[in-house]
Design a protein around this ligand. Structure first.
Ligand SMILES: NC(=O)c1ccc[n+]([C@@H]2O[C@H](COP(=O)([O-])OP(=O)(O)OC[C@H]3O[C@@H](n4cnc5c(N)ncnc54)[C@H](O)[C@@H]3O)[C@@H](O)[C@H]2O)c1
Length: 207
C-alpha cells in the first residue's frame, strides 16, 4: 500500500466506492465486482479496478471483491479508521454547524475543542464540545495535541489565525474561508468551498 503514489483523482473516487459497497453490505451482499460498481457509479470498470489496485485487495475470479474486506481496506487506506484530532477556530454559523456534525467522527475526524474571540460563545459547549478563547490555544494544544485546524473565521483574519494555529502545532489546515491562505512547506492545506461548487452548478445550468 502506497498512499503517496495514488493520484488525487483516484483518491477522490475511493470514498464513492466505499459508500456504495457499504450500501451493498447493508443489503446483505457478500461480494461485488468492479463491473457492478461501475454500473452504479459513473466510472468505468477498468478505472475502478485500476483505482483499487492502489489498495491492498485482490478480487476473486467470477465473484469479485469480498465486501467486508473491501470496506476494511478502503476505510484503512483512506485514514477513516484512525482518529485525527482537530480543533476549530471561529464558532460562528458554519463553525457551530461543523461542531454539531457527528458524521465527521465516522470519517476519522474528532473535533476536540472550538476557539473563538467572541464572549458570547467562549466558555460554552456545542454538541458537548467545549469552546475556549483563542488566546488559550497555544497552551492547551500542548495537552490536546491536535494535528488538524479547521478554519471558519471571517476572511479578514484567516491568514493570521492560520499562522497562529500552525505556531501552536497544527500540521494540516482545513480552510473553509474564501481567503487563499498561505502555509509553510510541510503543512497540509485543504480548501473547501460550497460556493465554488455552487458557481459551477449555476454556470452549467445557465449554459
Ligand atoms: N466553505 C464554505 O462552503 C463556506 C460556507 C459558509 C461560510 N464560509 C466561510 O466561513 C467563514 C465563517 O462564516 P460564518 O458564516 O460562520 O461567519 P460567522 O460570522 O457566523 O462566524 C465567524 C466566527 O469567527 C469568530 N472570529 C472572528 N475573529 C476570530 C479570531 N481572530 N479567532 C477566532 N475566532 C474568530 C467570530 O467571533 C465568529 O464567531 C467565513 O470566512 C465564510 O466566508 C465558507
Amino acid at each position: 500500500m502506497n498512499s503517496n503514489k495514488i493520484p488525487e483523482p483516484a483518491l477522490r473516487r475511493l470514498p464513492w466506492y466505499l459508500s456504495y459497497v457499504k450500501l451493498l453490505k447493508s443489503q446483505g451482499e457478500k461480494y461485488v465486482s468492479s463491473t457492478k460498481i461501475a454500473k452504479k457509479i459513473d466510472v468505468s470498470a477498468s478505472q475502478i479496478a485500476k483505482d483499487l489496485s492502489f489498495v491492498e485487495i485482490s478480487g476473486k475470479t467470477r465473484v469479485g471483491y469480498d465486501i467486508d474486506e473491501l470496506i476494511n481496506v478502503l476505510d484503512t487506506f483512506l485514514g477513516f479508521k484512525v482518529i485525527h484530532k482537530a480543533v476549530l477556530f471561529g464558532v460562528g454559523s458554519l463553525g457551530a454547524a461543523l461542531l454539531s456534525d457527528s458524521g465527521l467522527e465516522q470519517y476519522g475526524l474528532k473535533i476536540i475543542a472550538g476557539f473563538d474571540v467572541n464572549k458570547s460563545v467562549v466558555d460554552t459547549k456545542i454538541h458537548d464540545i467545549p469552546v475556549y478563547h483563542s488566546d488559550e490555544f497555544i497552551q492547551m494544544n500542548k495537552e490536546i495535541d491536535a494535528e488538524i485546524g479547521i478554519l471558519t473565521v471571517p476572511s479578514g483574519v484567516a491568514q493570521e489565525v492560520s499562522d497562529y494555529m500552525i505556531s501552536g502545532g497544527i500540521k494540516g489546515v482545513w480552510n473553509f474561508t474564501p481567503f487563499r491562505i498561505r502555509v509553510p512547506s510541510g503543512i497540509v492545506l485543504q480548501n473547501t468551498s460550497l460556493y465554488a461548487h455552487l458557481a459551477v452548478m449555476f454556470n452549467r445550468l445557465d449554459s
